[in-house]
Design a protein around this ligand. Structure first.
Ligand code: NDP
Ligand code: 2IT
Length: 444
């Protein structure tokens, strides 16, 4: 049995019910074999054994009061995975499916993603099994305040900097920051990112993940002599990432024909209208089926799989494990040439393998969706300097960072014998940065 296989087996035994965490670890460990072979110090210093164990795991009770005056109890998490290259950094997810396995996989991924940005940020993730759907603003506020009442003692601008993820956007960050400010008696803006513009937020943070995804995908297509112009795109989800991916894809000349939410998908042969999606999702917080009120010629398919549509480019921007082997098989037989992962771990390991065997270009999540966290780090830089950058400055820096991430992933893939395999390239490039810092610190 190989050294890495042994670590993987032990990790599975030690975390028996955590399938998502196991999957994320497996994806990295199967990529880094050539790196371990070349550098004995990583195994001597047990870098991988250390990385499969988060530095700190915090689980807490969140009591809050609903609109009927009843007590509700949820579970809160913060996994501080690695502080090797900077303070812990990563989003908060509020979704009923949240559990320890999901937050651990997200924190693990975040460490390597953050390393790829080239910025000084470690990896973390947090969240709760709280379901924001159907809740009033006052309920959301009550939950966020009670969540922060525990979380505040574990975070800080030089310690751990949370941000948004599924179910956590500007409204929630406002409630969370307000409570942090109140109980810590500081205005330490760099403690949370994704803030509103009036109290330290950054222009273009909202757009950053979706825009960054398209900058990466565009670089990837160009380097394989494809143009994004005129390509047909299907996007799963219609939240923060999906929405701004749609906007940038259209701006670059592609045609987005379908988007979804957890209820179903809309298909618009004329191209999805970003303004309508934005109004329905970001402003009204409504279901995507409402798109038909704006564009009656469009079609809504309840409970149907969006990946059955024929497209050139698939952009999964919703949940983990959205594209399984069967969806990947359909996409390939329909002629899909590229997949850009806006969501975290949206493709199963079996589906990744199939895409690569079939020469489908795969932009892996930890590289392709790193624009969000990179722009969070730009928000922190603005907070530290007490300055606010223009939209153009943030956007052009984001574009530069995404281009660098593409080039680094591409270079690492070629250097280790797998040109064009950006999954391996991103895993290797991210791993090396973290591993070198850990090696420098010795046994910590
Ligand atoms: P949002 O909460 O804004 O949006 C999530 C979207 O996914 C919603 O449209 C939601 O629909 C949809 N969705 C959820 N479950 C399903 C499902 N089973 N089938 C189809 N659609 C579904 O979250 P974000 O856009 O912020 O996050 C999306 C993904 O991107 C996540 O994987 C997240 O980890 C990742 N990500 C986010 C970043 C960020 O900066 N926000 C940065 C990097 C990655 P519904 O409303 O019906 O639940
Ligand atoms: O998955 C992610 O990278 C995010 N949800 C963004 C994290 C951040 O700190 O901006």
């Amino acid at each position: 049995m190989t050294y890495l296989q042994k670590i993987l087996d032990e990790t599975k035994l030690k975390n028996p019910n955590e399938l998502e965490f196991q999957q994320a670890v497996e994806e990295i460990l199967t990529s880094i074999e050539p790196v371990i072979e070349k550098n004995q110090a990583y195994s001597d210093l047990k870098v991988i054994e250390r990385l499969v164990e988060p530095e700190r795991q915090i689980i807490f009770r969140v009591p809050w009061i609903d609109r009927n005056g009843q007590f509700q109890i949820n579970r809160g998490f913060r996994i501080q995975h690695s502080s090797a290259i900077g303070p812990y950094k990563g989003g908060l997810r509020f979704h009923p499916t949240v559990n320890l396995s999901i937050i651990k996989f997200l924190a693990f991924e975040q460490t390597f993603k953050n390393a790829l940005t080239g910025l000084s940020i470690g990896g973390a993730k947090g969240g709760s099994d709280f379901d924001p759907k159907g809740k009033t603003d006052v309920e959301i506020m009550s939950f966020c305040q009670n969540f922060m009442t525990e979380l505040y003692r574990h975070i800080g601008q030089f310690v751990d900097i949370p941000a948004g993820d599924m179910g956590v956007g500007e409204r929630e960050i406002g409630f969370l920051y307000g409570q942090y400010k109140r109980i810590s008696n500081t205005f330490e803006a760099g403690t949370l990112t994704g803030k509103g513009l009036s109290y330290g937020g950054s222009l273009a943070r909202k757009e950053a993940t979706g825009f960054g995804l398209l900058y990466f995908v565009n670089e990837m297509l160009k380097s394989h002599n494809h143009s994004i112009q005129g390509k047909t795109v299907v996007i799963s989800g219609s939240g923060n990432v999906a929405m701004y991916a749609c906007k940038k894809a259209s701006e670059l000349g592609a045609k987005v024909i379908a988007m979804s939410d957890s209820g179903g998908y809309v298909y618009d042969k004329d191209g999805i209208d970003f303004t309508a999606i934005h109004a329905i999702k970001e402003i009204q917080r409504e279901r995507i089926s409402k798109y038909l009120e704006y564009h009656p010629h469009a079609e809504y398919f309840q409970g149907k799989r969006i990946w059955d549509l024929k497209c050139d480019i698939a952009l999964p921007c919703a949940m983990q494990n959205d594209i399984d082997l069967s969806a990947a098989t359909t996409l390939i037989s329909n002629g899909c040439i590229a997949v850009g992962e806006g969501a975290n771990m949206p493709t199963t390991n079996e589906a990744i393998k199939l895409f690569i065997e079939n020469n489908v270009l795969l932009a892996p999540a930890k590289a392709a969706n790193a624009g969000g966290v990179a722009t969070s780090a730009l928000e922190m830089a603005q907070n530290s300097s007490r300055l606010s950058w223009s939209f153009e400055k943030v956007d052009s820096t984001l574009k530069e960072i995404m281009t660098n991430i593409f080039e680094e992933s591409s270079k690492a893939a070629s250097e280790y014998g797998h040109p064009g395999n950006y999954v391996m390239g991103a895993n290797i490039a991210g791993f090396i940065r973290v591993a070198n810092a850990m090696t420098a610190f010795g046994a910590v």
